[in-house]
Design a protein around this ligand. Structure first.
Ligand code: PLP
Ligand code: SF4
Length: 455
């Protein structure tokens, strides 16, 4: 294929996915599953994903198919039965909508009461498009970047994509953002997130960036990060889309001003690194002086093979990208389908990490983004209790902490082979983890809250 030949973007969802030519090869049963699960969980895919990433010879076991198409087991059997019943008995749109809403409410749609804690106030106004959890880094949710080129089936933003949440974290204006950053010189990093900010066209996107450039703002921003899945889901964004070159020139302008531009690229599987289009897009981005850092959650049914992680990191480095995070998937939506016990997550990380050289070991993980911070699982150890007794523990540390003092301090949890998230862990010694008292004083309004963010 000639990569510089423009490819027209075609998006598919539940209503028109049967027009995807390859879908003909699916069985009636598979299509029915898609309509049942896709009525509850968001579904959107595009022609790059269907034409160049999915191997249609056996879609049921294809990681990219599972990553983007609804799968039967993503709903609990009870929920599946409820929705299948509504559809089989000829329920109309409203009946389907109602059943979907009822099921969604049982899927822990808001693992974060995150607004209350992370959304800053300025002059008495809640800046809902901003989250400022860690001192150095401000997250910005531009209102026009709250959707994606395709949806990942595991995504914790699913309530937003089903219309449950109406993009409530988004902000239209950069003016408030700039004022906030000017008032917070401790913030050195600005992270554009979404959805995917790279769904915006140039005209819209540049309006968010321009106010930060050419010395117009007196902020202390030294790094601009853009969290995006566009390299995996639509690399033509940087190749043949009509405004591709404008984006690249803007990126060049950013880096020439001495601002570090980091594309935080989201890759879940080595397959996403294998097309000519992604290779070309990476080359063009790197030529602007931008860095590309990579991240992914660990997902059952998609990427639990340590070799595929080692291959991902190695390939990324060869392509001139920097491995950054391996995350533990959040406890929301179809978590039962994707979750991996923490101990297994650590084993996979370790088996992959052991296979690669130091240039790939910039990756950090496995890491949980939870209320106190980004908690990394260092491993499983046995500690002597005296009198020849040993206690098995998880050794943990924070890569990021809500309180900067918490970072990089080792702490221990009781070993639990079934634990899949921080909330399952108990302190190995004493009643509380070292940070809990201080955390309670910060979070007393919303004690259950768990946090953002893996983009
Ligand atoms: C991960 C994350 C960041 C970025 O943290 P770094 O350690 O700088 O990569 C910022 N804000 C939130 C809420 C995060 O979860
Ligand atoms: S993981 Fe990122 S690209 Fe995927 S659906 Fe969620 S926000 Fe969009």
């Amino acid at each position: 294929m000639d990569i510089l030949q423009a490819v027209r973007y075609r998006a598919y969802s539940l209503h028109n996915y049967q027009q995807i030519p390859q879908v003909e090869s699916l069985s009636d049963r598979q299509k029915f599953d898609i309509s049942v699960v896709g009525s509850v969980l968001p579904f959107k895919v595009n022609n790059y994903v269907t034409d160049e990433l999915i191997d249609w010879s056996d879609p049921a076991s294809d990681p990219i198919f599972r990553l983007t198409f609804p799968q039967r087991d993503m709903l609990l059997p009870e929920h599946y039965r409820q929705m299948a019943h509504v559809i089989r008995s000829g329920g109309d749109r409203n009946a389907i909508k109602e059943a979907a809403h009822r099921i969604r409410l049982e899927l822990n749609p808001h693992p974060a009461g995150q607004m209350a804690l992370n959304v800053p106030l300025m002059d008495g106004v809640r800046l809902t498009g901003i989250q400022h959890k860690y001192r150095e880094t401000v997250l910005f949710f531009p209102s026009s970047g709250q959707t994606c080129h395709s949806y990942c089936t595991f995504c914790f933003r699913w309530p937003q994509f089903t219309g449950m949440d109406e993009w409530k974290f988004a902000m239209r204006e950069t003016e408030l953002l700039v004022r906030y950053l000017e008032a917070h010189p401790e913030a050195t990093d600005l992270l554009f997130t979404g959805g995917d900010p790279m769904v915006m066209n140039y005209k819209v996107f540049s309006q968010y960036i321009e106010p930060l450039l050419d010395g117009r703002a007196r902020t202390n921003i030294q790094t601009i990060r853009i969290g995006t899945k566009s390299l995996s889901f639509w690399p033509y964004k940087f190749l043949t889309d009509p405004d591709a070159d404008q984006f690249l020139r803007l990126f060049e302008r950013i880096t020439r001003q001495g601002i570090n531009l980091a594309i935080m690229a989201h890759f879940n599987h080595p397959r996403e690194l294998a097309t000519e289009a992604v290779a070309a897009a990476v080359r063009r981005l790197r030529a602007t002086g931008a860095q590309i850092r990579t991240q992914s959650p660990l997902l059952n049914h998609i990427n639990t093979d340590p070799d595929s992680w080692a291959e991902m990191w190695r390939t990324q480095v060869n392509m001139n990208m920097i491995p950054y995070y391996m995350f533990i998937a959040r406890n929301t939506g179809a978590r039962h389908y994707f979750e991996v016990p923490l101990v297994r997550a650590w084993e996979i990380f370790r088996e992959a990490y052991q296979q690669v050289s130091g240039v790939c070991r910039t990756v950090r993980g496995p890491s949980m983004s939870c209320t106190p911070g980004k908690v990394q699982i260092l491993g499983v150890s046995e500690l002597p209790l005296g009198e020849g007794l040993m206690q098995k523990v998880f050794a943990l540390r924070m890569i990021q902490g809500r309180h900067p003092d918490w970072v990089a301090k080792p702490f221990f949890a009781k070993y639990d082979p079934e634990a899949t998230w921080m909330s399952d862990l108990k302190p190995a010694f004493g009643e509380k983890f070292f940070y809990e008292k201080e955390l309670e004083s910060i979070t007393s309004d919303t004690p259950d809250e768990e946090h953002y963010l893996f983009e």
